[in-house]
Write a protein that binds this ligand. Structure first.
Ligand code: PEP
Length: 260
């Protein structure tokens, strides 16, 4: 059984004091919830402090990006080693905002996924089509390429811990999520692509595939209940304690039903 993963992507929101305030209160809001892995991907400026504040809680930390080298003359970049040092466990790689605004290519993303795994960080590899690509009937082609290039030359042993996030670009931050048929269809497809890529049914079955794109307490139950959905990557609705804790609660109730 795949463990449900609920990941907050705070993007470029929250100053250090705002992040501290959230993390001081949030564990109390989800006390008693079990079986759900809850991750907060905060900005680099908050991670050091949050690693202290989350030490005795069930909250795990994630970063939103990283460089692929361990160290070097790369002004303004953050290395996997630096993240490990702060007890960061997850790192989002290839978010569509990074592809779109910072020119991240599949080649760069592949280097980052590989570096994360080498440095014992769990990459959350984001894939997703734009609205134009969907309209042109290219959704599966685009996703196939993003997955195959993103995972290129990474061996099965390392790949087993990876997390994939399906984030249709047109659903991010728009308040309009993909519908349940679209989500299940893509998640099943991604699992098939992974099965072919790894030649392993077991690996494809065990890899967690998250949905991201305007997930909120209103639509979470329906999306998380889908057979091939193993959690959510959440932007806007992760910024408020009320909505993020509701999402974790919904995930717990869905996971219980799935376990039956
Ligand atoms: C995201 O940025 O990863 C995301 C899913 O954002 P939102 O939930 O706001 O659509």
């Amino acid at each position: 059984m795949r463990q449900t993963l609920i990941v907050a992507n705070w993007k470029m929101y929250k100053t250090l004091s705002e992040a501290e305030e959230f993390v001081e209160r949030f564990p109390g809001e989800i006390a008693g919830i079990s079986g759900i892995e809850t991750v907060i991907c905060a900005s680099f400026t908050s991670l050091a402090r949050l690693s202290v504040l989350t030490e005795k809680t069930t909250i795990l930390l994630g970063a939103q990006n990283m460089h692929w080298q361990k160290e070097g003359a790369f002004t303004g970049e953050i290395s996997p080693l630096m993240l490990r040092d702060l007890c960061v466990k997850y790192v989002i790689i290839g978010h569509s905002e990074r592809r779109q605004y910072f020119g991240e290519t599949d080649e760069i993303i592949n280097k980052k996924v590989s570096a994360a795994l080498k440095n014992h960080l769990i990459p959350i590899l984001c894939v997703g089509e734009t609205w134009d690509e969907r309209k042109q009937g290219r959704t599966f082609l685009v996703l196939n390429q993003q997955i195959l290039f993103g995972l290129q030359s990474i061996d099965n042993e390392k790949l087993s811990s990876i997390v994939v996030a399906y984030e249709p670009v047109w659903a991010i931050g728009t308040g309009k999520s993909a519908n349940k048929e679209q989500v299940q269809e893509v998640h099943a497809y991604l699992r098939d692509v992974i099965k072919e890529f790894t030649s392993s049914n077991e690996m494809a079955f065990n890899i967690r595939i998250l949905y991201g794109g305007s997930m909120s307490p209103k639509n979470a139950q329906e999306i998380l209940s889908l057979k091939d959905v193993d959690g959510g990557l959440i932007g806007g609705a992760s910024l408020k304690i009320d909505s993020f804790s509701s999402l974790v609660q919904i995930a717990e109730s869905v996971q219980k039903v799935k376990e039956q």
